[in-house]
Design a protein around this ligand. Structure first.
Ligand SMILES: [Zn+2]
Length: 535
């Protein structure tokens, strides 16, 4: 026997060993571009599709749909993994399984969730995570913002330590897709609501990002859907049961530190406060809170090298799914009882329409890089960051919100039959709008506008509108053909947030009524907000 046959014999023996340990050996085509290039490159949309094709070729458990065709003509894939396979939401509902939806790359330059979700799919279909499909249905969109992902260039994410050097850009055709949860203007958002949220009704949404620069000391930071007007239990369960369990599991199994999302001011060293971003439901994770569903925002640490960020994102995805694998029935029960609670008791509640960020009762021990003060030549004090990781105890954790302005949830909102644009907008959210079948006179409330302000900066091309004024009792007659929206509805708090005149992220804010207000102001009468509230 020469050396070559000996080597071949050994290889075949080893192959047998591997095949016995894993149920299958991965083919090279199942590796991500990141893995194949030693983490020097990230995938284009086509390269993601190539991996999905390679996975699909070896399994019966994958169902594929097209989420949308983007403005630039790219087909965005949506993948459903289930065992036994499902091809329709009806099959999913009948199976009574938990539905988890995981999306990556909504900001096209934040690339590791894309690679990590492909690796997770591979582990789940062929590797050591096959049990995760026993009782749950998993929907993946690895490239949510395909136009942003494929607009690849050098230096688009310099704070990612240029690893990979070439990435996509944040926006899709100039539009930030994670600010579109209320006005729903982008094709991606319309497709998300139509093809995922309203169709598959996921119990949990996971949105995978990368941070923008804070030098905390964690591999990954997270946030639940923040409390606004919605039911508390789905958010409280995510924040205080699920995420702490996952945090502990990740520490124990992988020696990684994950924690709450936020930034701190190093010029006030040592840090006293960790502050998160925003409660606003234009962010997709927060939007889920108004729908009585759970959501997790995931932010890998931008200053870690690419391979570490992919690892952290992959660990997070797989540990979330290990958790939902065990506690799926609890999660479903909490969500469905929130549906019942909203349907039965939203009407008449006093709920927030504007919010303040407040600390959680429990302060945290913040892991971060250490900053050292120095005196500049002009005599001012500045800070230089060291490479030492330190823990600051007792940091106020601003990861909660309380109302700063409230309003009362009506039994219905009624509006003129000419406002078909409003009916269409509500229907995009999955909200049912009814048509009055006869003329009816209602006693209720109208909001009389005293002041209309515009924000002095632009959000996705909008100069947002803010109203001042007051509700007044009134009697109004509406005609056959006018529209009525009932809040005896599991989406009551979403309807409320969209339609309240002073909501800080509602349809007024997003300029949907600007033309109406301009006309009314020109007529010089008292200006009434065109939605009538009935109790
Ligand atoms: Zn992001």
């Amino acid at each position: 026997m020469n050396r070559l046959t000996l080597t071949l014999g050994l290889l075949m023996l080893l192959r047998g060993v591997f095949a016995a340990e894993n149920s299958s050996v991965y083919s090279e085509a199942m590796l991500t571009v990141a893995e194949r290039t030693n983490y020097e490159r990230t995938s284009s949309l086509q390269e993601v599709v190539d991996v999905l094709d390679a996975l699909n070729a070896q399994t019966e458990l994958m169902h594929r749909e097209t989420l949308l065709v983007t403005e630039q003509g790219r087909e965005v894939p949506l993948v459903v993994l289930a065992d036994p396979p499902v091809t329709t939401p009806e099959q999913a509902f009948q199976s009574n399984s938990l539905v988890v939806y995981i999306q990556a790359n909504i900001h096209g330059g934040e690339v590791e969730g894309k690679e990590a979700s492909l690796i997770a799919m591979r582990d789940i279909l062929f590797g050591d995570k096959q049990h995760l499909l026993q009782n749950q249905i998993l929907i993946f969109v690895p490239v949510y913002n395909a136009d942003g992902n494929d607009t690849m260039d050098l230096n688009t994410r310099p704070n990612q330590d240029l690893s990979p050097a070439i990435t996509g850009i944040r926006t899709a055709n100039g539009y930030d897709l994670n600010r579109d949860g209320m006005i729903v203007e982008a094709l991606e958002t319309k497709a998300l609501f139509e093809k995922v949220i309203n169709r598959w009704d996921p119990d949990l949404l996971v949105d995978l990002h990368t941070t923008n620069g804070t030098w905390h000391g964690y591999s990954l930071t997270y946030a639940p859907a923040y409390h606004t007007a919605g039911e508390a239990p789905p958010t409280d369960y995510t924040a205080f049961e699920m995420l702490p369990e996952i945090q502990a599991a990740v520490r124990e199994k992988f020696d990684l530190e994950f924690s709450w999302y936020g930034g701190f001011d190093y010029r006030d060293w040592p840090p006293k406060e960790l502050r998160t971003y925003s409660h606003a439901p234009r962010y997709l994770t927060n939007n889920m809170g108004l729908r009585n569903r759970m959501a997790i925002l995931s932010e890998t640490f931008s200053h870690d090298p690419f391979y570490k960020r992919v690892h952290a994102a992959n660990v997070f995805i797989e540990e979330i799914l290990e958790y939902t694998y065990i506690f799926g029935p609890d999660i479903r029960a909490i969500n469905l009882s929130a549906d019942v609670a909203v349907r039965n008791s939203a009407i008449g509640q006093e709920k927030g329409v504007q919010f303040d960020m407040v600390p959680l009762p429990e302060p945290l021990d913040l892991l971060s890089y250490k900053y050292i003060p120095f005196e500049k030549e002009d005599g001012n004090i500045d800070f230089v960051r060291s490479s030492e990781l330190v823990v600051t105890e007792g940091v106020q954790n601003y990861n909660a919100f309380i109302p700063s302005l409230t309003s009362r949830v009506p039994a219905s909102y009624i509006f003129n039959g000419d406002f078909t644009f409003l009916k269409d907008k509500l229907e995009e959210h999955g909200i049912k709008v009814n048509i009055l079948q006869a003329d009816v006179t209602y006693t209720g409330e109208v909001f009389v506008v005293s002041e209309m302000d515009k924000s002095n900066f632009q959000l996705n091309g909008h100069e947002n509108t803010l109203l001042d004024g007051e509700f007044q009792s009134a009697k109004r007659t509406f005609s056959r053909g006018d529209f009525i929206v009932s809040l005896n509805n599991r989406l009551a708090y979403l309807i409320f947030y969209l339609l309240e005149p002073q909501a800080d992220d509602g349809l007024v804010f997003w300029n949907l009524f600007d033309d109406y207000f301009a006309e009314a102001l020109a007529a010089d009468n008292p200006v009434e907000y065109p939605l009538f509230k009935v109790y």
